[in-house]
Design a protein around this ligand. Sequence first.
Ligand code: AGP
Length: 612
Amino acid sequence: MCGIIGYCGNGNAGEAVLQGLKALEYRGYDSSGIALADQDGVMSITRSVGKISALIEKTKNNLIPSSYGIGHTRWATHGAVNEVNTHPHTDQFGKVAVVHNGIIENFEELKENFPLEIFTSETDTEVIAHMIALEIANGENLLQAVQNTLQKTTGSFSILVISELNPHKMVAARKGNASGLVIGFAEDAISVVSDITALTNIVEKIIFLDANEYVEISSKETNFYNATGEEIDKKTLLLPFEHNVQNLGQYKHYMLKEINEQPETILDTIRGRYQSDTGSINLQELQLSSEQIRNINRVVFVGMGTSANATLVGRHYMERFAKIPSEVDNASEFRYRQPILDRNTLVISVTQSGETVDTLAAMDEAKRAGCMQITICNNPGTQTTRIADSTLYMRCGQEISVASTKTMTASMILMHALALYFGKIRGTLSPETEQHQINAALHLPVAVGQALELSNQVEEIANYYHSFDNFLFLGRGLGFPIAIEGALKLKEISYINAIGYAAGEMKHGPIALIDSQMPTVAIVPRDTVFEKMISNIQQIRARQGKVIALVSHGEKSLNNLADEIIELPEVDPLLAPIVTVIPLQLFAYHIAQKRGLDIDQPRNLAKTVTVE
Ligand code: AGP
């Protein structure tokens, strides 16, 4: 949540910070602000409510010439969405400016050390600016002032600070694990950003700031320090991927673009990993030995939101192919229930961003217990990839829309590959099944392409249903995670109350909701629970509920039972979730579009959730 950026370089800091904020906008878009310093270090601050475009408009033609500055795009945690609560925050004399991402847990207590009337905002951030200013007034330089201040705080966050009292310097700091920061080096500039994707194309080298580290930056150099204030050497990395993707092309929204990219992204995910000629799975990124894989006694999948929904599919694969007892844990609950873990437990985290704080906290818990860890992640170099022993990259390219689509299909495929790989090593998978599953996976780009051709039909259905305010999504077996995901997609971008249930659960409560105003989306592939799904649909119809049924290719038996039938392309039943989710992504998209909503940046949400 919240994106922060700092820039030290040539005389165009304003443009550079605004450009960085635009790239970070997906992290939060309630309000944004910028602090620039002139050649004497005198600061000029502009804040604006709404999206970055409002800040750009407000600063048009009046950005001061500046070689360094900081910026922030906000996802509100403490205090309403208004200009007063917008970052940068300053001390009462406007001499110290701070941008902040994360949460300062003891801010109320820290505020008690100052007269209440000096506070202008309701945020947890402002007190930091007052504390740093006080430290400088007591003779510390900016770096020491930030270090002393952060020692008094609790919580997990990152900050960027500049000050007129110690000009031509910028200090960036991380407290705890949440809220990553990366420093990018170009020939004539140094940037600090919360997300690697916001670095400009001219940046070639990067350094990740780790938890509880500080960096002091001037236009020419950076000096890094650990939590106890000792100067440290940091490893410089080459920027690991191209990031020139912020381009809508023919599409109206990134969500639609990303949905349509899936045949290609799936190809990238499976490329080289599924080998039809050798009938084997190649996961060379995996750092686990065959002995370690044979010793795994349990797999725990962790993730949040869409990534958590994907893990429900992953669990099926792991149990079926590798025969390892597997469980799925909502990452935010994991550490609070004191899970029983040991060195032979494998924890698999699934995360598009690699920065979700709940997932990181679950991984920390697993690390403390000495578990083996794999992360399935899309963003190179992010925090989960640095905690896990091995990373399986989704290879989807940047996902910009807040609603995850292409990364969900990629993560389901990677869990499928992993389960096949483990199954072979553990002797629980026949060569025939492995070969069959590999061939079936290689067909996925085609099947997903065919599913995308359903877009017009789905749009017509959305035309009729977009004004309904409540939806039920039902599925069984591998259809259940997709039912939950269909409901989540609809909720998050169309603000419709949608709930996903295991179909068997329906008669234990949700059926009370059914009437002509509560349509049901039912996932009804021709599988072992097909007849049971039919009974559920009959129960809904008996209560005047409308039914949109997603059925297997060629299935005609529901023609007189459901109001709408979406016939899915042919696919291996075990890989069906990867295809079934496509029309549900399209359904949510078309409904939100008919409702005239902000599809790529839905209200109250952010792409990367770095607060608990
Ligand atoms: C997906 O559409 C949501 N925006 C959200 O649930 C997301 O999946 C969740 O926040 C987890 O993010 P991650 O994959 O980056 O960890």
